[in-house]
Design a protein around this ligand. Structure first.
Ligand SMILES: CC(C)(COP(=O)(O)OP(=O)(O)OC[C@H]1O[C@@H](n2cnc3c(N)ncnc32)[C@H](O)[C@@H]1OP(=O)(O)O)[C@@H](O)C(=O)NCCC(=O)NCCS
Length: 205
């Protein structure tokens, strides 16, 4: 997969390299997901609920299933480097990943379909996470650009997501990047129902 951000000819520092995740990336993805998921959780969430969700939803087996799902796209961000060569498809890439995004192309559940106004297949942004030391460096925006590109290729003109009502930092990010709040939903984390805001981004026709 060719990186989205081509390097500069003069070897200057580059933005993140965003690639489609391959099976080689699964251990890195699971590690990064376990490290970053707690960042989106509200303070009242118990450590059992958090670790239960990580074990169920963010394990290597869970990422393996996602990568095998033709309606799922997983993108991974790694630091760009001036010397980096174009990675060959399927080969492991050097460098600790800084972030990842996971989307599902499918009809939204009925309660969400009512909020977004369509029962057609759309893009559900299920995960967008950047490791703590890399926040504010444009990686989230770069991953989102990749998600929008994938949505476009799949013929989806709408991206939706849920984020915890106490996760004001993510809310600011989504509002800054063009999403609008369209309602609320409840979301199960480790057996406990949490309250999310639902956001949607509609691409112009
Ligand atoms: C939310 C998250 C993915 C954003 O990624 P990021 O790489 O830090 O964001 P970027 O640097 O690409 O920022 C993009 C824009 O959003 C803005 N933004 C990001 N976080 C912000 C914040 N907390 N408050 C205000 N603006 C913010 C940036 O200023 C930037 O705007 P600009 O490009 O117009 O200057 C990242 O902070 C993260 O992983 N958070 C923890 C996990 C999480 O909550 N994920 C979302 C779960 S739904």
């Amino acid at each position: 997969m060719t990186p989205d951000n081509a390097g500069s000819a003069d070897g200057a520092a580059r933005g993140p390299e965003i690639t489609a995740a391959s099976p080689h990336d699964i251990p890195d993805l699971a590690r990064l997901a376990a490290e970053t998921f707690p960042l989106a959780c509200p303070p009242h969430m118990t450590s059992q609920a958090v670790s239960g969700f990580i074990a169920e939803q963010l394990s290597e087996a869970a990422f393996g299933k996602h990568l095998a799902d033709p309606n799922c796209d997983v993108s991974i961000a790694r630091p760009g480097s001036p010397q980096a060569e174009t990675p060959q498809p399927g080969t492991p890439q050097p460098g600790t990943p800084d972030g990842y995004a996971l989307t599902l192309f499918q009809p939204a559940p009925p309660e969400i379909a009512r909020l977004i106004g369509t029962t057609e297949r759309v893009t559900y942004l299920s995960k967008l996470y950047v490791r703590p030391g890399a926040h504010g460096g444009g990686i989230g925006r770069a991953l989102l650009a990749r998600v929008r590109e994938q949505a476009h290729h799949r013929g989806s003109r709408l991206i939706w997501l849920g984020t915890n009502q106490l996760n004001t930092s993510a809310q600011r990010f989504y509002e800054r990047t063009g999403f609008e709040q369209v309602g609320v939903r409840q979301f199960l984390v480790g057996g406990v129902l949490e309250n999310d805001f639902v956001y949607a981004l509609r691409e112009p026709r």
